[in-house]
Design a protein around this ligand. Sequence first.
Ligand code: P6P
Length: 316
Amino acid sequence: MFKNVTTLTEFILEEESKFPQATGNFTLLMTLIENATKIIGSHIKKAGLVDILGQTGGTNVYEEEVQKLDVFSNDLLVNILSSSNLVSTIASEELEKPIRLKNKGHYAIFFDPLDGSSNIDTNVSIGTIFSIYKNSGNYLQKGSQQVAAGYVVYGSSIMFVYTSGSGVNGFTLDPSIGSFLLSHPNIRIPEKGSTYSINEGYFEMFDIKVKNYISSLKKEKKYKLRYVGSMVADIHRTLLKGGIFLHPADFKNAQGKLRLMFEVNPMSFIVNQAGGKSISGTADPLEITPTSVHQRTPIVLGSSQEIDKYLSSIKS
Ligand code: P6P
């Protein structure tokens, strides 16, 4: 029944064996992240019951304190990673400042513990996004320095998708055995797609070039709009089906809304590794030198031909 099945742990161990100098620290770090996301996923599946069992933020019938899921997810990841001695910098979208640990940890980790968490109450897919760097003097490094990046999408199934620089692989949680199993080996984003993903509610605030691009897509019958409002869900669909995801700057958010270190860099690394492209304005987001941990940046990413089409549209 389970022949020819590769678990995430086996996959990461096989990857590690390709690097003779590997210490096993990266494998352990990824395993800790995996375990944390399994726990987060199990709490999300029960989220709807919280209202029955007790109000979020209060205590439930078991007299357990019911935390908001994004706070719970953040605290879980921080606690697991802080006690691992593997990371010496922990930065979270939920924490104003990074945690700097006095240990010999080789890595710095950035995560958005529960991206799109405002969608929890309506049962819309949400996700955890993570980005791993080798420690260096300045913990703020360009996205091109990432050693790994990944996301977990808590949707109809729970999927763990990551890259460590040699392609993108996807694993689906089999709840019956509690393991992520390799279900999407070597993900390649289609070179073009028929879906564009943008919050058209901001249309009037976009630059005229973006408006013209969107209008040009509407004239072509092949394009349809799909926008979940959870970056992980929108990127996961774009990665598997092709298309383009845009969260550009607008008159209210001149720097864009999405965060460079927690959302844009990891997702750009993943999409690029799957054969797609990503741009911030007209620059490569992975080459942006970060100046602050929560800095925001515009982002457009997806199928290579769709990005080329977007660039030629806004440059014309
Ligand atoms: P808007 C969720 O709040 C988030 O950070 C991303 O997951 C998502 O892509 C984006 O913001 C949605 O932003 O402005 O369209 O609601």
